[in-house]
Every structure is written in C-alpha cells, then in structure tokens.
Design a protein around this ligand. Sequence first.
Ligand code: CAA
Length: 264
Amino acid sequence: MSSNTLIVEPNAQGNKGVTLITLNRPKALNALNSEVLEELIAAFAAFEADPAQLCAVVTGSGEKAFAAGADIKEMIEKQSAEFYLEDFFSNWTGEIVKKVRKPWIAAVNGFALGGGCELAMMADFIIASEHARFGQPEIKLGVAPGMGGSQRLTRAIGKSKSMEMCLTGRMMDANEAERANLVVRVLPQDELLGDALKTAATIAAMPPMAAIANKEMVNAAFETTLDQGLIMERRIFQILAASEDKQEGMAAFVEKRGGQWKGR
Ligand code: CAA
C-alpha cells in the first residue's frame, strides 16, 4: 500500500499487527508538505480503523533524514493571513495526535529538524539511530516552531535545553538526545528499523484495550494535575478489570501459558 509521499506496510516484514509508515520524499529530505500531511492523516486513519493493526512505526526513507522539517519551498509562498485563516499546522495535532489512540513509535534515522523533530515528538516514543540529529532551527528562518516544538520539546527535555535549542537552532546528536530523555535508545543505523519493528511487535502482542489505555494514562500526566491523573488512572484500571482480557491475562499467568486476547 503506497501513496505519492508514503510507503505504508501493514504487518511489516512479517510483524503481525505492525504497520510501517515510511516518509518517502528522500530528495527533499522527507520534508513535510501538505501532500505528506494529507497522506499521513489517511494512513493513520486506516491504521486506526483496522482491528488487526495494533502498533505503528514511522520512519524516513533514505539514509539521511527522518524529516528535515515542514516544506520551506511550500511555506515561502504563503502569507501570514493564509497561515492564520487556514489554522496552518493545526491538523498535525488534531488528526495525527488526538485521533490516533493506538500506540506508534518514531524510528529516527537521520535529520529530525523543525516539523520533523515535532513529528517524532508526536509519537509515543522515539528510537534513534546514531545518525539522528534533532533540532528546532525555525528561528534561522525568521519564525518559530509551529507543530508543537516549543511545547513538546520543553516537556521532554526541560526548559534550559529546549530554550537553547530554539534560540540557537543548533542540532542535538543522538547521544545527547538519549541523555536528555528525548529518545529511548540509540542504535547503529542498520539495527534501527529492526529494533523499532520488534518493539512495535511486542506492543502489538499485548491486550489491545490495555495498550490504548496505558497510552491514554501516560499522556494524561502531561495534561492534568497529579490528583486528577491518579483518579483517572484508577478509573481506567477499574474499567480494564471488567474486560475479558483481564480475566484471560490473569488466568494465563496462573496457568503459566500465553494469553489469547479478545480485545475487549
Ligand atoms: N523544506 C523543503 N526542502 C528541503 C527542506 C525543507 N525543510 N530541507 C531540505 N530540503 C531540500 C533542499 O532544498 C535540497 O533540495 P534541492 O536539492 O532541490 O536544493 C534537498 O532537500 C537536500 O538538502 P540540502 O542540499 O540542504 O542537504 P544538506 O545535507 O546540505 O543539508 C540540512 C541538510 C542541514 C537538513 C538542510 O537541508 C537544512 O537545513 N534543511 C532545512 C531544515 C529546517 O530549517 N527545518 C525547519 C523547517 S520550518 C518548520 O519545520 C516549521 C515548523 O515548526 C513546522
């Protein structure tokens, strides 16, 4: 399954339940133009709607980039009024973050700059190759992050580092990103995709409702007070306790066998 700017592979490389979405504009370092956005929205909607697909991985084609940002050649043509009236960039959070309840991972294989870094940070977590470079260089273009960089980067790595990155536009290499907790781990380039798919397959093999609920709970930590978050966590736990998969999961543990999930 492919489109102009993406390669979409359900059950990628034999990993049941894992959809691999590859950004595929390597000559433009996978820059994120409107076509990529539309196609990503469609790919995520199809992933979300397919009960057989349970975790996704997003990566970039080519050796050089995950995505080098929003497409500057597209944006140079637009004036402030168009950006404002179209509420430009709002669909990234609205359609790709809020509507995707199933887990997904960013496998960052090279430059993740501007919108590329922001897309990676929309994922539930990031795995990076040694070639990964992260940055919010928008200031050098006379603008500022527009797809969540100032907010998600600050929440991920703290104020000082985020402020320095946004104000200088400098890039952070993969090892610094790991030390700063922006990425889960760093791997040699040729091991990145295999590791991301294997991790996604582990998640896809979990009870599906519990996977969605765990994602919802962790994300709530960024939106609520501790008290409200703890109440939400208990309620979700209590709801999950009524699921058939809870009964099966606990019986499977006691009987020393693998669980057979129903997804309800
Ligand atoms: N938009 C459009 N095209 C881009 C692009 C982008 N963000 N980034 C790279 N490209 C294109 C280049 O124009 C070039 O195309 P041509 O061959 O047709 O000229 C091709 O990709 C290869 O790029 P370079 O020749 O520049 O490659 P390099 O190895 O010399 O440099 C780089 C790599 C450091 C990543 C450099 O390309 C670069 O700085 N890119 C722009 C990064 C950037 O500023 N990103 C932020 C964009 S704004 C944004 O994202 C706003 C937001 O918050 C949402």
